[in-house]
Design a binder for this molecule. Structure first.
Ligand SMILES: NC(=O)c1ccc[n+]([C@@H]2O[C@H](COP(=O)([O-])OP(=O)(O)OC[C@H]3O[C@@H](n4cnc5c(N)ncnc54)[C@H](OP(=O)(O)O)[C@@H]3O)[C@@H](O)[C@H]2O)c1
Length: 241
């Protein structure tokens, strides 16, 4: 993937990894970035005329339709927005688990359904979905989140196959723990969002379909690749001490 002269839309661009993806994109020769946020008042001042701020809650179908009208010139869609409930699959209220699914899976799916027609017919275009290493193994303290991201990984595989003849490439990004608000409850070594964002763009530039932007996540993926039960065993040990 080449970012030269491309128009990129990033969801959840106001903080965390999304904000750093926008900053990393600004070091490339992109034409325009739609920096989207549920509340544009929360967007940082990126101090660059290539930024176009757009209000977008990915769980609101009407806002998605409006955003697609405003950003009809996009080449690259980066679905970064997400939430994580720290809750057990067994005894947390069902609506808490549903919220993860509604944002991470259905919200992202609705974005893809609305924006894909705009990506068709471009010389090269791409959809990038921010997943997690938790799509490969379920961490019980964020069980519903991991399930929603497994669904997102599966969705990404499906549309990758479906969209290949249309020249739209589909990528997943699968971080381990990254030092953002989302991971503040995790008492473990975390990678900076700046490095995760830069490695994400380097992975995209290298044409990688599935990107592992930090060492911890990559190490977990290597365990999974060797034998998926090895990673499950590691999480068992982590969970039960
Ligand atoms: N941090 C990690 O360890 C980690 C690891 C693996 C994957 N990820 C993934 O990386 C992505 C970014 O997470 P982060 O770590 O940067 O977390 P974060 O700091 O909590 O940021 C989450 C971003 O998503 C936005 N968002 C949430 N719900 C939204 C909605 N309905 N519509 C639009 N935007 C919404 C938030 O906006 P508001 O400010 O309005 O809430 C915020 O901008 C997520 O998809 C997450 O699952 C994170």
């Amino acid at each position: 993937m080449n970012f030269d002269n491309k128009v990129v839309l990033v969801t959840g661009a106001n903080r965390g990894i999304g904000k750093e993806i926008v900053s990393a994109l600004l070091t490339r020769n992109v034409k325009k970035i739609y920096a989207t946020s549920r509340d544009i008042a929360n967007l940082p001042d990126f101090a660059d005329t290539r930024i176009s701020a757009l209000q977008l809650d990915i769980t609101d179908p009407q806002q998605i339709v409006e955003a697609a009208k405003s950003a009809s010139d996009i080449d690259i869609l980066i679905n970064n927005a997400g939430i994580a409930a720290f809750a057990s699959l067994l005894d947390s209220p069902l609506n808490v688990l549903e919220q993860d699914m509604n944002t991470n899976y259905f919200g992202t799916l609705n974005m893809i359904r609305e924006f894909t027609p705009l990506l068709e017919g471009k010389e090269s275009s791409a959809i990038v979905n921010m997943v997690t290493i938790g799509a490969f193994v379920n961490f019980p303290m964020i069980g519903g989140y991991c399930a929603s991201k497994s669904a997102l990984f599966s969705l990404s595989q499906g549309i990758r196959i479906e969209l290949a003849p249309k020249n739209i490439s589909v990528h997943t990004v699968n971080p381990g723990p990254i030092d953002t608000d989302m991971a503040k409850e995790f008492d473990m070594e975390k990678t900076s969002p700046e490095l995760a964002a830069e490695n994400t763009l380097l992975g995209l530039e290298a044409g990688e379909a599935d990107i592992f932007p930090d060492q911890t996540g990559k190490g977990m993926f290597d365990l999974w690749s060797n034998n998926y039960r090895d990673l499950e065993k590691a999480v068992y040990d982590m969970h039960h001490g």
